[in-house]
Write a protein that binds this ligand. Sequence first.
Ligand SMILES: Nc1ncnc2c1ncn2[C@@H]1O[C@H](COP(=O)(O)OP(=O)(O)O)[C@@H](O)[C@H]1O
Ligand SMILES: [Mg+2]
Length: 243
Amino acid sequence: MIKIRNVKKSFENQKILKGINLDIHDNESLVILGPSGQGKTVLIKTMVRLLEPDSGKIEYEGLNILKLNKIELAAFRQSIAFVFQNSALFDFLDVRENLSLYLRMHKRMTDREIEPIIQEALKFVGLGSEVLEKFPEELSGGMRKRVAIARALIKQPKYVFYDEPTTGLDKTNAEKVSELILMLKNKISATSVIVTHDIDLMYAVSDRVALLRDGKIPFVGTKEEITSETLERLYDGGFLHEL
Ligand SMILES: Nc1ncnc2c1ncn2[C@@H]1O[C@H](COP(=O)(O)OP(=O)(O)O)[C@@H](O)[C@H]1O
Ligand SMILES: [Mg+2]
């Protein structure tokens, strides 16, 4: 379980997170839904300490990650995978190298050991081995996203974080990515946290949904509990005052 308690974050005078409280259960896929500019990226980065909050507590199985030193933090990061909005592949490495890096560096595997794992991961995301020699800039946005998900699979993490996984993709690719998020979660039994403003994605992948508005989470529940009126208010404003 991930427990987030009263997490606050400001930039200069701008308060972005104003006291976030949220529990994320093991093996669920939780979607944090909100319009753009609400602090979704700030929140998800804070959750894995890519950003330091000003105050609050973030616990993974009782471990407060805000208290970890550099070495402990590196060990914690082994248990998570992060699919960034821009996929964050290394531009100067081809797909094979992008997918090999973790196994080579952290698992000390040889090329021979790595190759079948890469092949399986590529197959999982529906890509052929012809992409292995390509560089990220030669791939479409949808393909880059698939490679990023393949990389997450290879890491076998306990937690997977996605920042706007469908943004910039056409409908077909967005649906494929939704499907892969569910497939990955089932394959490795990972807890998945997805931040997005994409309502279709929310309906497709969420076990539970947290709404983010005005630096707080005014609602957590299942997608069945969210009415279209609630969504309208989330995107039009005034939401917080009515709850
Ligand atoms: N590193 C930063 N420095 C200053 N302001 C930032 C920084 N990162 C984000 N912000 C501000 O925080 C707000 C929320 O940003 P963000 O988390 O990217 O929103 P979302 O992901 O929901 O679209 C924005 O107003 C943005 O300008
Ligand atoms: Mg964002």
